[in-house]
Write a protein that binds this ligand. Structure first.
Ligand code: ASP
Length: 291
């Protein structure tokens, strides 16, 4: 298979994220709720094959896709998530269903799939998520692993989890995330993405945060909660995110965080080489960046 050039890939990524940004913005511009906006943006990215969520998600060590997604909102501090799901077309929709329609916060594997199916969500074969590009990466990485014995778990290929944070006109905040996890993860492994307080957190009056990166480190540091806690205490949004990422670096992990605070300030910080990211403000002023 012919590899895409980096400029082709960059263009695709920018197009994908820009489309998702626009879709979320349209919801907010019409006075919609931040939950609808964040869910919509994440759903678009799940359907876009260049991101590590839904179609195009990373493969586990058995060559299968196991997806995690979560959402949380800052008015009533509700959250909902699914993990290790293989057949739900849009895991973020199922996560929202868990948050709004059940008394629980997290469903795993087949139980989550049964819930989604009963709720009428679209179900697909696992192969629906596997793109030739990701399959090639998976196989190449296997070869690399075969050649070298000095990789540790932290060096596995991390593709970009997708996430969105939104603040609406009524001051409500929401954070939503969806991922295939880390390439070659052991089957059954779950990272930070569906864990409220780790991969995502939202609190009205403070802000909302969504994370990407080596999930284990984000769980160990309660990363998203810690960033929001700092913002609630009056810390500047940039320094709050930087402090958490620095702490994660001190443990040996890397990643990125996006956030919006109650004053509509946005921050997008990362310690990886790049992070595809975009933001739009109330006046429609947008930023789309990779490096
Ligand atoms: N945080 C995700 C996980 O550990 C991976 C990612 O962000 O790409 O599952």
């Amino acid at each position: 298979m012919k590899e895409k050039t980096s400029s082709q890939l960059e263009r695709e990524l920018k197009e994908g994220i820009d489309g998702a940004l626009q879709a979320g913005y349209e919801v907010l511009r019409k006075g919609g709720h931040c939950i609808d906006a964040a869910e919509k943006a994440v759903m678009m990215l799940e359907n876009f094959p260049s991101f590590n969520a839904g179609v195009g998600a990373a493969l586990n060590n058995k060559g299968q896709v196991e997806l995690d997604a979560g959402i949380c909102e800052g008015a009533l501090r509700r959250t909902g998530a699914v993990c290790g799901v293989r057949t739900i077309k849009s895991p973020i929709q199922a996560a929202r269903f868990v948050m709004e329609q059940t008394k629980q916060v997290l469903f795993m594997g087949e139980a989550a799939e049964a819930l989604a199916q009963d709720a009428g969500f679209k179900m697909v074969e696992n192969s629906y998520f596997i793109t030739p590009e990701v399959f090639a990466k998976y196989e190449n990485d296997l070869i690399e692993w075969g050649r070298s014995s000095c990789h540790d778990g932290n060096e596995k290929v991390v593709l970009g989890t997708v996430g969105a944070v939104a603040l609406d006109a009524n001051g409500n905040v929401c954070s939503a995330n969806s991922t295939g996890g880390i390439m070659h993860k052991p089957a059954g492994r779950v990272g930070d993405t569906p864990i409220c307080g780790a991969g995502m957190y939202a609190l009205n009056g403070a802000g909302a945060v969504a994370c990407t990166g080596h999930g284990e480190f984000f769980v160990r540091t309660s990363a998203a909660y810690e960033a929001v806690r700092r913002m609630r205490g009056g810390e500047n949004i940039d320094t709050a995110l930087q402090a958490v990422l620095k702490d994660i670096s001190s443990l040996g992990g890397r990643g990125g965080m996006i956030a919006v605070d109650a004053q509509a300030r946005v921050s997008m910080q990362f310690t990886t080489t790049s992070m595809v990211r975009a933001s739009i403000d109330g006046q429609g002023k947008r930023r789309v960046e990779i490096w």
